[in-house]
Design a binder for this molecule. Sequence first.
Ligand SMILES: [Zn+2]
Ligand SMILES: [Zn+2]
Length: 117
Amino acid sequence: MKPVAPPRLCACGKIVASGERCQCQIINDRARKARHDRRRPSARQRGYNHEWRKARQEFLKHNPRCAMCGQLANTVDHIIPHKGEDRLFWDKANWQALCAHHHNSAKQREEHRPVQS
Ligand SMILES: [Zn+2]
Ligand SMILES: [Zn+2]
């Protein structure tokens, strides 16, 4: 006969059957995971946005004109869509200054581009 392990007393004060997890642990785990999932992209996003804002300003200082029409540019576009890839994202050779109008049409071009394998 297998000996039955005695129930344990959880830190929250509840008696928990052996081998089972207390409700408080399950709730804690779930809350921690939710916090983690929420925080991870936004914290990364914040750092990324800050770096990008600085880099973009610097780039526009040196490339103040739209690459398409020569008007004053206010956005930096990625010539090859970076699709979240850091290397393409930060490669200045892949950047071009664009005015709002041409930035919008560049975005449209990207969306209509066939998916590459
Ligand atoms: Zn508990
Ligand atoms: Zn333009």
